[in-house]
Write a new protein. Structure first.
Length: 72
């Protein structure tokens, strides 16, 4: 996963955790704007989320952040 996407995921997870607590869930769509202006990046996130890690549609932000920080 490219560094830009990793940084975005960590930032979004940190903001959601700070706002709503440790149990807040996210989907990979949370890391993108409402319009699909970066389709290649969206597909990269989807492949990481669905194919590589077989995550559910919503996962705890703490889990996603830990996966990204570990380099998984």
């Amino acid at each position: 996963m490219r560094a830009e996407l990793r940084a975005t995921i960590i930032d979004v997870c940190n903001r959601k955790i700070a706002a709503k607590g440790e149990s807040v869930g996210v989907s990979f769509y949370a890391f993108f704007k409402n319009r699909n202006d970066q389709p290649a990046l969206l597909m990269e996130a989807a492949r990481w989320w669905i194919e590589a890690h077989q995550l559910d549609h919503f996962e705890k932000a703490t889990k996603v952040k830990a996966l990204v920080e570990s380099g998984a």
